[in-house]
Design a protein around this ligand. Sequence first.
Ligand code: CO
Length: 292
Amino acid sequence: MDAEIQQKYLTAGKIAAEAREFGKQKIIVGASVLKVSDEIEDKIKELGGGLAFPVQISFNNTAAHTCAEPDDDTVFKQGDLIKLDLGVHIEGYVADTAVTVDLGDNNNLVMASRNALEAALKLATPGRKVSEIGKVIHDEIVKMGFSPVKNLSGHGVGRFIIHGPPSIPNYEAYENVVLKEDMVIAIEPFASKGIGAIHETDNANIFMVVNKKPVRSQITRDVLKEISTYQGLPFTTRWLVKKFPALKVRMALRELLDLGIIHAYPPLPDKGLVSQAEHTVIVKDVPIVTTR
Ligand code: CO
């Protein structure tokens, strides 16, 4: 890998790690999810990073893709199991990391995804079959008495790409994909007390541009112009409401969804509590974890 590019991945990773640790401290009983989300995003920018995607704070059974609403009055409660997932980029080069904060009594569940991640990271070496990584993740989680979430997986990252190939399964999937040196991958085991499968809900507020098409309404054109500054990366309602009236944002997002210009990514719950741990790693004989 080009030394300059590698440096950008490393810097993104360092900022992501710092923002994650900062955010972890903020997730306490009584704190506002809206305020914490804004604070973490401000921290990333203050450290010189770009937001690769909106800060996600998912509760309890929900594995991922929950994002604070612009008027969110949710506070963290005693007993909550919180997944904080954040993404940083430096000139497009992405770092993706997540941690689970246990406000209850679920230490073993938290340890299960963390142990699985640590075991998996050691295997991020050239020539490794992704199914081998999946097997190790599965075994670590099952050993602790939980289920891996099989329909969520790790993924490659790239320049302005937060989810690219290869897919890194959380179980021994029948895939013959082999890791190559310098691939940059995010490994993210999810350990579940549920069935080990998530389903989609509604009320998405994470979106991404997936198509270019002409738009007639001036309101929607204005909002789309702002969205274009996100450079093809995911965004959330909360960001747009800082620039436009909420009603205008709602109308524009509706039209953009109807036209198929943006896609919505809804919260993803399982049927029981879920923990997550995630790091980004550069595939090498000695893997480089950028978000450590
Ligand atoms: Co990820």
